[in-house]
Design a protein around this ligand. Structure first.
Ligand SMILES: [Zn+2]
Length: 272
């Protein structure tokens, strides 16, 4: 499932291809998607004003239809297998598993999705754009803020990191990677953390995400960026999907446990 770095990569790549182009039309091809998205509002003639990430969603901002009007956002949640592909008009064949199309002058953004778990949603109010949790890549994410959020929690740290109402954008891969980098056991709880632990967790969160973004994300199974290519961070994973293998930091053995029905990978040798 694409997490923050993969969604960030898709948004950054898509932006230069589509910003400034005018909307020619929107087609929702999958009826299941139409239920969630609701009726398509008036979009023809609007110009794409920006593409960015909000939590794990890609936001395509469409400028106002008339001077002084309101912008409109198309929020795309890719879930397991969703992709956003940019195709120039010249090679504009419908890709496989296409569920929706945003036709622009000069090309189209296609939403493809093998497992059909992704969603699209039209957002009309700017206050509905931002996710509930703090985005760890913004200036608002400080060690002090993290401490205030986590210190009273009795949840295991790994499960806590997945809570989108606390930190927005983390998923199973990066939660394990962050805890390994911070040398913290996934079984620890917020209540047990010393200020120095929180500072390490804060630094590790930033560092792991920055490096993953630089590597264009992690490719596991289905993730592809907007050009249909994968990322390379899977070559740098320290613990995720490495059960039984050697920890590159302490030479201990990486273990897999299950927390909240999801796999956690960690090294008991150097995460305490
Ligand atoms: Zn280790």
């Amino acid at each position: 499932m694409p997490e923050l770095p993969e969604v960030e990569t898709i948004a950054r790549q898509l932006a230069p291809a589509v910003v400034g182009r005018r909307v020619v039309g929107v087609s929702v091809l999958d009826p299941r998607l139409r239920e969630g998205a609701g009726p398509t509002p008036g979009v023809r003639g609007r110009a794409v004003a920006g593409v960015r990430r909000a939590g794990k969603r890609v936001l395509i901002e469409l400028g106002p239809r008339t001077r002084g009007g309101d912008p409109l956002w198309l929020a795309v949640h890719l879930r397991m297998t969703g992709r956003l592909l940019w195709r120039e008009a010249s090679g504009d064949r419908r890709p496989e598993r296409a569920r929706a199309r945003l036709a622009l002058d000069g090309g189209s953004v296609w939403f493809t999705d093998t497992r059909r778990l992704g969603t699209i949603e039209w957002i009309r109010r700017s206050e509905d754009v931002e996710p509930e949790g703090i985005d760890p890549m913004t200036a608002a994410f400080t060690a002090a803020r993290l401490r205030a959020l986590v210190e009273g929690s009795r949840e295991p740290l790994k499960t806590w990191l997945l809570r989108q109402d606390r930190l927005a954008g983390l998923g199973n891969i990066y939660a394990s990677e962050i805890l390994h980098r911070a040398r913290l056991s996934p079984l620890r709880t917020g209540t047990s953390l010393e200020p120095s632990d929180v500072r390490r967790l804060h630094r590790a969160t930033r560092r792991v995400l920055e490096r993953a973004i630089r590597a264009s994300g992690t490719t596991f199974s289905d993730y592809r960026d907007s050009r249909g290519e994968g990322g390379s961070y899977q070559n740098r994973l320290a613990v995720y999907d490495r059960a039984g293998r050697t920890c590159r930091r302490c030479r201990g053995t990486i273990e897999r446990i299950v927390q909240g029905q999801r796999s956690t990978y960690w090294c008991p040798g150097c995460q305490a």
